[in-house]
Design a protein around this ligand. Sequence first.
Ligand code: PGA
Length: 238
Amino acid sequence: MTPNKPLIVGNWKMNGSLSFIKETVSFWNNQQIVNPTVVCPPFVYLEACKNLISSPLLGLGAQDCHPQASGAFTGNISAQQLADIGCQYAIVGHSERRQYHAESNALVREKAQRAIDCNLTPIICIGENLADRESGLTLEFLAQQVTESLPEKSTRIIIAYEPIWSIGTGKTAAPENIAEVHQFLRQNLGLDCRLLYGGSVTAANYKEILGIPNVDGVLVGGASLKKEDFAKMMMNAD
Ligand code: PGA
């Protein structure tokens, strides 16, 4: 697939407040957005965010969802509930969930499947750690992660390649590394869906990253909390 516009996804992680959201989303609503954009606030702010969004190019995503439809899972949120309040996307398998909540590929696959069943588009995150990168095992690791994390009905998915060592570190992967991985995902693994890159994407480097073959968008953490910087990515501005 070669979408004509890149997708810009902002993952706010456990940051923000009601006043921050009001100020930030109101600012974005008034920009000349050209790239479809998805904002993923913490669960408690999803509905507030949805009510503030007025641009048709601004979508809403959650940072996770539960694999089960409903039940006795204290503190969790189901994919159906996310869809119910107007969410369109759910990030699943982010490396911070894999690391701090011991999420396995099998669990990520169940979450992605549930998201699809509830008409959400899962943004499935994959990425190698520094040890695998330095041992030359990146492609092997990613092949296994893709095989085990992708749901059967994988027509409606987005994959985000986020090397763990580049998340929140300011160490963006080199363009040739990103190109190699994205070509591998597209050609060797036959992934026909949108492929995002994530890891220290900024207003200063996003255009170069989007110019790499087979990169169909970016997943942005820290820079999505800077309203002017993230607006540049939505507007395709320098
Ligand atoms: P970062 O985070 O842009 O702050 O590196 C990316 C992510 O975790 O999705």
